[in-house]
Design a protein around this ligand. Sequence first.
Ligand code: XIL
Length: 365
Amino acid sequence: MTDIDKSISIPMKKIKLTSLLLLALFSCKEDGGGGTVPPEETPGILKEKAAFGIGAAIKTSLFTDAVYTATVKKHFSQVTAEWEMKMESIWSSSTAYKWENADRIVSFATDNGLEVHGHTLVWYKSFPQWFKTAKYDSVTFEAKVKEYIQTTVTRYRGKVESWDVVNEIFNDNGTLRSVDCPVFATFRDPIGFYGRCFRYAHEADPDARLFYNDYSVVLASNKRAAIKKMATRFKNEGVPLHGIGDQFHYRVNTDKNTMKTGLNDMASTGLLIHISELDIVVNTAQSESYEFTATEAAKQAATYQYIAEIFEAIPAAQKFAITTWGVSDKNTWLTDYWHRKEYPLLFDQNYNEKQAYKGLLSGLK
Ligand code: XIL
């Protein structure tokens, strides 16, 4: 078998990589002394190297920036709305839905061959004010939420491949979140209610893969145990739960070994695994004098690389996707929620690939 035969029998993604390598080989320049100067190393492109989804949280307010949209299209294979597909954004009153922004996110994805991971159908923080004020009894509450889930999932059936059905219901100590949680305040068996939410979503789109999503899953062992217990209950009761997401809003100094142990424990459920909102804080001390130096960039790159490696080490069939929570350091929720000086993502303010990008890329198999 010649090399050409080999490249014909391998998947599309690999053909692209092979051509890139050939291109790099043949584009070596002659130098003055008659030798060849190798061109800058072509590091490759995340979505082409990964055998699973590479996602980014996006928002329509940035669609006017052509560099932003070009970056998303070039490097990512799936998108998630950072907030425009949350209940609060869509469900404007008890009788009205506002689809405009969510529709634009989904059209952007379909027009550009990207998958959409929907985020999120039920989240305590995103119940609209009008809903909370109504103080529905459990029967009306559930009928309303069922209608919301089914209207939304049906609208995007076939276009949104997967959904976070339920987000952040546990405290880190494994108890159910009670503070500000309308579900906890209304139902005697909140987990029973959440299970029915999965059933409602599944009825509306039987092909969509349905996730439970939370933060600190790999770090907080009691929270993880509670999630696993819920997954077992759902399995026994036939609730369609297909995957678990850990947001991965972590830091350069987050303990790596704990991340690995926790991720493997998540994978022991046999469910799909999603690193769903990845970003890595560098200004851990929240210092005004912080500078994102080359040394800091290298530390961050090492963290990204490690995360790719531990994700690659879980069983292939369970690797759903790695999604970063934003695209460039120019627009990250962490400059509001963490510190003004923060540089957590894969691209810098000018959409150049950071060391972090190369780190994540080199951690992929
Ligand atoms: C955040 C968005 O990034 C912000 O823009 C918005 O104001 C609040 O929500 N966990 C989640 C995400 O599941 O939905 C949150 O996103 C970040 C924490």
